[in-house]
Design a protein around this ligand. Structure first.
Ligand code: FCB
Length: 453
């Protein structure tokens, strides 16, 4: 596989994590509570009652983790900043110890030759803001802009590119519509004001980051949607799902308009959340790069329950990951080509900001992960060959970590973590990824030598 993979010379190799999933130290050095601390403490909310209280203890062990990244040969590391560590009540007083942690982490990365790629919000909203409605409250968008300003003023001298939000689709649907993630609301489609307020937060922060000369990306969870049959009913259901999962979070940013959500019973103003000028605030700053998080495609059929606009159905005859997610690598190629076809010149360069799979802990030598990553990178290379501008690939994840409602049960890491001892052990996929990166760099270095001056 390494020798076949044809990716451009400057292609950036990375790995991704998120604060609540790895940092631990939830009560240390002045960090405030987040919605995930509250949710994980709720009986039955997370499998086996697991919490992120210790997670990978990355807050203390980051030097070891940065050393693992350096040995891997990473160009970039995507991580998230913990809003409640920096602003314990979400707004107002800044916690100097929280800022100091990110200073240390960023300096360690730079010293290792790794470009930090921070995400400002990866789902760990300060609980104090949730107490005022969280993302259902428009004010949270303005608090996010203030938080983005604090972080950019502190770290913007060392970090050129920033991701505002991680997967507002997943956060809205799991956190506000279905209640399977924090903060645990079950509002169904009435959750969608939370989506608009996150997009507004993105737009406000993007402007402020641009004012400081920084580049801005947004990481969306995207999925190609396929109708279960050629029937008109299944096609309509697939369109409705595509609008909800993909277009709702990408059209306003890239095209300056919301998709038609009427099939979901959602009014044009998203239950009064959209105010005049909002869509312009979201669109006008522009996007320097689209972060694509891809795990699997989605198959959709006409609803069996007349109160719902679609049914999600299984994809038969394909392998599934330990999490039960279907493995269809070519769907990533289709997604990337589809983005170019739908958005045309409005599409900025793409970076794959998450892709990976969970594998059973007992699986040795981690072959399913190697196969998954190899096949998906091949799909990326094919999309590049077909003309899509893709700048980098950040695998999810560097370390086994706290997988939200699944607790520590789903292992997505290139590095095994023994959560009892915090011992890190690189897996076979770590060595495979390291060799792949090294082969890519060696090939281009060699080609560089024969390039005429
Ligand atoms: C994504 C999340 C990430 C991780 C992976 C498996 O949806 O962004 O935090 O949980 O799924």
């Amino acid at each position: 596989m390494p020798d076949r993979l044809d990716l451009p010379p400057g292609f950036r190799w990375g790995a991704a994590t998120a604060a609540y999933q790895i940092e631990g130290a939830v009560d240390e050095d002045g960090r405030g509570p987040s919605v995930w601390d509250t949710f994980a403490a709720r009986p039955g909310a997370v499998r086996d009652g697991h919490t992120g209280a210790t997670a990978c203890d990355h807050y203390h062990r980051y030097p070891e983790d940065v050393a693992l990244m350096k040995d891997l040969g990473l160009d970039g590391y995507r991580f998230s900043l913990s809003w409640p560590r920096v602003l314990p009540t979400g707004a107002g007083a800044v916690n100097p110890a929280g800022l100091a942690f990110y200073d240390r982490l960023v300096d360690a990365l730079l010293e290792a030759g790794i470009t930090p790629l921070p995400t400002l919000f990866h789902w760990d909203l300060p609980q104090a803001l949730e107490d005022h409605g969280g993302w259902l409250n428009r004010d949270t968008a303005y608090r996010f802009a203030d938080y983005a300003t604090v972080m950019a003023d502190r770290l913007g001298d060392r970090i050129p590119t920033w991701i505002t939000l991680n997967e507002p689709f997943v956060h809205t649907v799991f956190g506000y519509a279905l209640g399977t993630h924090a903060p645990g609301h079950t509002l169904m489609f009435e959750a969608l004001p939370a989506a608009h307020h996150q997009l507004l937060a993105h737009g406000l922060a993007a402007s402020l980051l641009h004012d400081r000369g920084l580049e801005v990306m947004l990481s969306n969870n995207l999925t190609p949607v396929e109708p279960a049959s050629p029937s008109a009913e299944d096609a309509a259901a697939a369109r409705a799902y595509d609008a909800l999962h993909n277009r709702l979070f990408t059209d306003p940013v890239l095209l300056g308009r919301y998709p038609d959500l009427s099939a979901l019973g959602v009014p044009d103003d998203i239950f009064g959340a959209i105010r005049p000028g909002d869509v312009d605030l979201i669109h006008a700053p522009g996007l320097d790069g689209l972060g694509v998080n891809f795990y699997n495609p989605t198959r959709v059929a006409a609803p069996s329950d007349p109160d719902l606009p679609f049914d999600l159905v299984a994809i038969p005859d394909v392998p599934h990951t330990a999490f039960g997610w279907p493995v269809v690598p070519d769907a990533l190629r289709q997604l990337l080509l589809g983005l170019r076809d739908v958005y045309g010149t409005a599409l900025p360069p793409i970076t794959i900001t998450e892709n990976g799979c969970s594998v059973e802990e007992s699986t040795d030598p981690d072959q399913p992960r190697i196969d998954y990553l190899a096949a998906h990178l091949d799909a990326v290379a094919q999309a590049v060959a077909e003309g899509v501008d893709i700048r980098g690939y950040y695998t999810w994840s560097l370390l086994d970590n706290y997988e939200w409602a699944e607790g520590y049960h789903q292992r997505f890491g290139l590095v095994h973590v023994d959560f009892a001892t915090q011992r890190r052990t690189p897996k076979a996929s770590y060595a495979w990824y390291r060799d792949l990166i090294a082969a890519h760099k060696a090939r281009h270095a060699k080609q560089g030598l024969v390039t005429p001056l």
